[in-house]
Design a protein around this ligand. Sequence first.
Ligand code: C2E
Ligand code: CA
Ligand code: CA
Length: 287
Amino acid sequence: GRGRYYAYSTKLAEEIETRRHLFQQITRALSEDQFEAYLQPQIFTDTGAIYGCEVLARWRHPERGIVPPATFIAAAEEAGLVDQIDRLMIVKGLDLLEEFLAKGIDLPSISVNASPQTLRDPHLTDRLLQDVHERLLTPDRLTVEVLESTLIENDDDVALRTIEQLAAAGFSVVMDDFGTGYASMSNLSRLRLSGIKLDQSLIKPVPNPRADSIISALVTLAASLEMKVVAEGVETDQHFETVRRLGCHVVQGYGVSRPMPADTFQNWYADYCGSQARLRTGSGRRA
Ligand code: C2E
Ligand code: CA
Ligand code: CA
């Protein structure tokens, strides 16, 4: 009836309006440089040495303060703007890496998130090669994190070819949020990935006999495919000790540090390296 039609069209109009508003806001945020790169450290479980950092987007909103990606990545994806955010994080991340190395902060690598849209760019590999070479860096300094949902949706196609090209060019490609999707296993067999990142949901229950068994089996599987395993969402000492014992190579999580702005990271780095050195000389305990 008329009433129902009216309600429907209003809801639709509202949705279109919200979407248009977000599109405008994100476009404006991009042009006003409101997106910032936060860094979260990743640590080798065997030596405690720093493996690298994941670059995570934050929106420094003029009124709302620091806005986490959960509130804008999906909207940016819908608006077709997420590739611009990805691009920005790659550039900011590599700029920081270059700056750190010049200052003697020897960060081995950075990891960036690549949305499906970004992976659909057939020139991505060339662009990234140019990005690293411009800064006198090498491709092994950059890890590209891809979501397995990308790979399910694009069975054909450009994204798969891009991943092959990235690997062939010497970039690391890891599968993010591993263990949450459907296509994990088939993707492992058909792609040359350098590693998998175990999703937080797999880490949360450990130590626990069943959860530990799953991690252990995934570590064995990864090893036979010559892939490294990163455990994400490591929050406690127990998490750390368990995933280390089960053979995960690298950890990332609040237990090491929350994601932080670049200047905070530099202080964290100095403190962390100091505590590692004290540990080596036997004058301190692990932080
Ligand atoms: P992700 O790629 O899985 O990143 C890890 C998320 O887990 C981050 O959330 C991080 O802060 C959080 N995390 C790390 N350690 C712990 C822990 O010990 N416990 C808990 N509970 N959480 C932990 P964040 O920064 O809010 O990012 C959320 C998601 O947004 C990311 O998940 C990623 O999918 C997306 N994202 C962030 N930056 C970008 C970007 O530049 N481009 C794209 N396409 N997506 C991004
Ligand atoms: Ca990620
Ligand atoms: Ca993840």
